[in-house]
Design a protein around this ligand. Structure first.
Ligand SMILES: Cc1cc2nc3c(=O)[nH]c(=O)nc-3n(C[C@H](O)[C@H](O)[C@H](O)COP(=O)(O)O)c2cc1C
Ligand code: SF4
Length: 489
């Protein structure tokens, strides 16, 4: 992962945990209304993909264990990982694009409700993503993947190869493959070079492809259908994934230059997200919480920054969303070049760092790093006369930090991903005045590296503990337990 050049190692801030009595009065543990439901506290476990479903996207016992483990800590809200809304195979990532997924998801909602004793609301994050392929071996790219164009012949002729004007396609492919890497820019255009060096990736601006041109027609119904299934499965609500590297965030990004009314100006870029919100709300009405996660800043060149994000927040809140969850970065555009045979991973560049900052940071450090985005958006939403709750995330991992965010009115709920992975019981420990027993996240991103390799996600602080205990399920590598050991109170 990219790291700030300063590479200053930050220590965890000294934690002052509350007594049970202090916790009972703390803002963090007060209820808050989210549309038609009440979260019993302002603690939030944001979406985290654990790579536990079947290759067909079904819920497995390991998926249930993962969320039950979070539920045991009884947070206000748990958001189930990014779950695909289409009939597209996507490896061990959950799916909700057909009614056949409802049965497994129903088991999941029941298990979580039981484990949290009804204390936690359960939402599911609904995602659409575009096609991405692995970085191809060079020979295969030239022999099979590259779509030949007359300009390829012209470019070779311009390089002095007169035969290229009339040779067979196979010979043309061989001639192109023989061009040295450093000179490829003279025969391939920028997009072809990228396909070779990083793997093919669809963009929302590829409107010459019918499936991309039609996204505005397809997506509102796909999201609404998925939300209907989420209700049928017993979720309390849905989080529309408008963040990071995926389709909806790409519509919001300033890099979206579509000319069909869905790109260019910010009014056009938010058109599809608003149509999705309307379709989902029309379908699930006031029966479910409908919120979205989107970016306060893309953190990429030419991307969207806070002024646009603030304006979007007012529009999304005005469209009747029940919460806005603000994230940052996590884009493909600045991702590191993958190895041959691997896909680009959107959390390897600077934008990825800003999404999941580590202790190796700049002066500012990783803790509560993204709060200013949420705070600016929240202020604008309030100035527009809207009371929509705003969720913030990013390096918030102790009581004082979370409480301060709420006290200063910078956000209404505080989401903690990695700290909750490190210790799923930490909310409960705080409430019971037993904060000294909390296992504190070290923010070195071992978990995120596993995610990057599409390996089952675990935390280094507990995944080697008591591996031979009778109730322990091991990861596929046989070396790690899949969920944190139970807290022996
Ligand atoms: C292993 C892992 C998987 C993640 N998966 C998702 C996801 O599915 N959807 C999402 O919006 N964010 C995802 N995130 C980002 C987190 O929700 C969160 O925004 C980020 O980790 C920063 O919060 P933290 O500092 O509390 O960890 C993931 C993070 C991690 C570490
Ligand atoms: S693996 Fe590291 S960064 Fe991830 S949750 Fe555990 S301590 Fe935190």
């Amino acid at each position: 992962m990219w790291q700030p050049p300063e590479r200053i190692k930050h220590e965890l801030p000294p934690a002052a945990w509350p007594s049970a009595e202090q916790a009972s009065r703390a803002r963090l543990f007060q209820p808050i209304q989210l549309g038609p439901r009440t979260a019993k506290q302002r603690t939030w476990v944001p979406a985290m993909v654990p790579w536990r479903s079947t290759d067909e996207g079904f819920v497995t016992p390991d998926v249930i264990d993962w969320y039950q483990r979070f539920a045991a800590g009884k947070p206000g809200v748990i958001v189930v990982e990014a779950t695909g809304i289409r009939e597209v195979p996507s490896g061990p990532l959950l799916r909700i694009g057909h009614d056949r997924f409802i049965e497994g998801l129903t088991k999941l909602t029941r298990a979580v409700r039981e484990a949290s004793e009804g204390e936690s609301l359960l939402f599911i994050q609904l995602i659409d993503f575009l096609q991405i392929r692995r970085r191809p071996p060079r020979d295969k790219f030239f022999s099979r993947f590259l779509a030949l164009r007359p300009r390829h012949r012209d470019a070779l002729v311009a390089r002095g190869d007169a035969e290229a004007a009339s040779c067979s396609d196979d010979e043309l492919r061989a001639k192109l493959a023989a061009v040295p890497d450093k000179q490829l820019a003279s025969v391939l255009d920028a997009r072809e070079l990228e396909d070779l060096e990083r793997g093919y990736r669809e963009r929302v601006t590829d409107v010459h492809l019918p499936q991309i041109a039609e996204l505005p027609i397809m997506l509102p119904t796909l999201f609404a259908d998925a939300a209907t299934r989420a209700m049928a499965a017993g979720f309390d609500g849905v989080e529309l994934h408008f963040a990071h590297a995926y389709t909806m965030a790409s519509f919001l990004s300033a890099l979206n230059t579509r000319t069909d009314g869905y790109g260019g100006s910010r009014e056009n870029r938010i058109k599809l997200p608003l149509e999705v919100v309307r379709a989902v709300k029309q379908r699930v009405g006031d029966r479910a919480v409908v919120g979205c996660r989107y970016l306060g800043d893309d953190v990429i060149e030419g991307g969207m920054h806070l002024p646009d994000a603030t304006w979007f927040g007012v529009q999304l809140a005005g469209a009747g969303l029940d919460f806005l969850s603000i994230s940052k970065g996590g884009k493909f555009e600045d991702a590191k070049q993958p190895k041959v045979g691997w896909s680009a991973y959107p959390y390897t560049g600077q934008s990825g760092y800003e999404c999941m900052p580590t202790i190796y940071s700049d002066e500012r450090g990783p803790f509560a790093r993204n709060v200013p985005l949420a705070s600016t958006i929240r202020r604008a939403v309030r100035e527009a006369g809207l009371a929509t709750p705003v969720v913030t995330a990013g390096g918030i991992a102790d009581f004082a930090m979370a409480e301060q965010v709420l006290e200063h009115g910078e956000a209404d709920l505080v989401a903690s991903a990695r700290q909750t992975l490190a210790d799923p019981d930490w909310f409960l420990k705080m409430r019971l005045g037993r904060g000294s027993e909390i296992r504190r996240c070290e923010f070195t991103n071992y978990c995120e590296a596993l995610d990057q390799q599409h390996k089952q996600v675990t935390c280094k602080l507990w995944d080697r503990e008591e591996l031979d205990a009778p109730d322990v399920t091991l990861a596929e590598d046989g070396k790690r337990r899949l969920v944190a050991p139970r807290w022996r109170r």
